[in-house]
Design a protein. Structure first.
Length: 63
């Protein structure tokens, strides 16, 4: 009975170690997700600038 508990504890600890080490690595899906986030952020900034220019133009200001 004691051997089974030892083996079970060892397997559980090994599984936890494998899961924790896997969490530290950045996979291709995470890299792609970050790239999409950056692209969306940049697009949003450009749209905001364009909106500001349109607003300024409607008021008669030129930049």
């Amino acid at each position: 009975m004691k051997i089974q508990k030892t083996i079970s504890a060892t397997l559980i600890m090994s599984a936890i170690i494998v899961m924790l080490s896997a969490c530290q690595k950045e996979g291709p899906a995470e890299k792609a997700g970050k790239a999409v986030d950056n692209a969306v952020d940049k697009t949003g900034q450009q749209l905001e600038k364009a909106g500001d220019k349109i607003e300024d133009a409607s008021k008669g200001d030129k930049k």
